[in-house]
Design a protein around this ligand. Structure first.
Ligand code: GUN
Ligand code: ZN
Length: 431
């Protein structure tokens, strides 16, 4: 007999994209729902009572009315090596990289330290309800091994890549065009498609790669078109001015990638705040995805991402903490920041849109929307169960809520890891 698990309670269901059309047509909550799981997969989602009747032998887990059974959170852009320097004070992007980030990334030259930080990062983020992240590593190939191994040990789906930099980074944090190509290729062979792992070719950003390195990584992507490619784009105005100096021939920042084979449908471009009209047109034409990192964009002082304008163009957008430029490991806090940035732009997102972005939206940006990010038949069983009354402050607001969305919004705005009642990874409840 097979082992089935039936999880009962209010279930978050998606029928479409709530950023394109009325959110009410795309997102709903089945207040007495059920999710049936077998061998790490979701077999069926529907009425809790019907599922219980049809599967009386299933192992039952019941979550009460003050809970929400949601897909596990998907963080579409993080730097796990920056775990220990999160919330470092007072610098903007380039100074922040030089003062805090590069010295810490240097410490991961020690494989034992890399293993320690990879495990710490996954444990911290699981406690915050994040079941999958797309992470940059350091230039050291073993830093990618460390994260892939730590994720496999926890049964987690993961996207990661060795970061490539061959200029404008300190001695000890530079590779070369050839070694970036060779090491990334070897890591693709070792990890891409192994279990729940996928590889993202990872040039850090144009200022830290020579044109030769960008071209080598573009060639590698052409050889492995099913890999993702992740990088940064137009985060701060000083950075954009520097890119113009370094690449005088380029039409704009995106062109520094495009000219080297690094613009494509499986491309993920983090931040993308100060875009030119040509860049937006090209991103749209290629079907590339952008990643919104709202706590980072306010923390490092980068600017306000145009969620409404870019999604109206049909450009897929994921949501991300950008740990440790972002100031929180929590996708709840990240949703709250996305709401606040929307308010500053006059286009606030609804709670249903925010949670969709943190799950299905991010999964779609990673081309994993058929595996994770929503609760439906055939999906992998990664679930985050929210307690919508996790603190006295939230509970007293939830008591006054007239529907589930008001209640969820209070948890989005004020919740933290205490709001995570349980996390299920690959069909197993985390201890
Ligand atoms: N641009 C290049 N590297 C980084 C990084 O590590 N964090 C952020 N926020 N932006 C970057
Ligand atoms: Zn980043």
């Amino acid at each position: 007999m097979t082992n089935q698990t039936l999880i009962l309670g209010p279930v978050l269901r998606y029928a479409g994209d709530p950023l394109r059309g009325p959110w009410q047509d795309a997102v709903r909550v089945d207040s007495a729902g059920g999710v049936l799981i077998e061998d790490g997969q979701i077999i069926e989602v529907g009425s809790g009572a019907d599922l219980q009747k049809a599967h009386p032998q299933a192992d039952l887990h019941r979550y009460g009315a003050g809970h929400l059974i949601a897909p596990g959170f998907v963080d579409a852009h993080v730097h796990y090596p920056q775990t220990a320097i999160i919330a470092s004070w007072g610098k903007r992007l380039i100074d922040w990289l030089n003062s805090y980030t590069f010295p810490e990334e240097m410490r991961l030259s020690d494989p034992e330290y890399a293993d320690q930080i990879a495990g710490r990062y996954l444990d911290l983020t699981l406690a915050h309800g994040t079941t999958t992240a797309a992470s940059y590593c350091t230039i050291h190939p073993h830093s990618a091994d460390a994260l892939f191994e730590a994720a496999a040990a926890r049964g987690q789906r993961i996207v990661a890549g060795k970061t490539c930099m061959d200029r404008n980074a300190p001695e000890g944090l530079r590779d070369t065009a050839q070694s970036a190509y060779d090491d990334s290729k070897a890591l693709i062979g070792k990890w891409h498609g192994q279990g729940r792992a996928s590889y993202a070719i990872t040039p850090r950003f144009s200022p830290t790669s020579t044109p030769d390195q960008l071209a080598a990584l573009g060639a590698l992507w052409a050889e492995h078109p099913d890999c993702l490619m992740q990088t940064h784009l137009s985060e701060q105005t000083d950075e954009i001015a520097w890119v113009k100096e370094l690449f005088p021939q380029a039409r704009d920042y995106l062109d520094t990638y495009e000219a080297h084979g690094l613009l494509g449908e499986r491309g993920l471009y983090g931040h993308a705040i100060h875009l030119e009209p040509r860049e937006i047109d090209r991103l749209k034409d290629c079907g590339a995805a952008l990643v919104h990192c709202p706590t980072s964009n306010t923390f490092i002082g980068s600017g306000l991402f145009d969620m409404a304008g870019l999604t109206a163009r049909g450009i897929p957008v994921g949501l991300a903490t950008d740990t440790g430029g972002g100031s929180s490991f929590s996708m709840l806090r990240t949703m709250a920041a996305a709401y606040e940035v929307g308010q500053l732009r006059g286009t606030p997102l609804h709670a249903a849109q925010l949670i969709w972005l943190a799950t299905a939206g991010s999964a779609r940006s990673l081309h994993l929307g058929d595996k994770i990010g929503s609760l439906s038949t055939g999906m992998e069983a990664d679930l985050t169960i929210l307690n919508l009354s996790s603190t006295a402050a939230i509970a007293q607001r939830a008591d006054q809520a007239s529907d589930i969305w008001e209640s969820l919004f209070a948890t989005i705005m004020m919740g933290d890891d205490r709001a995570i009642a349980d996390v299920w990874v690959n069909g197993q409840k985390r201890p």
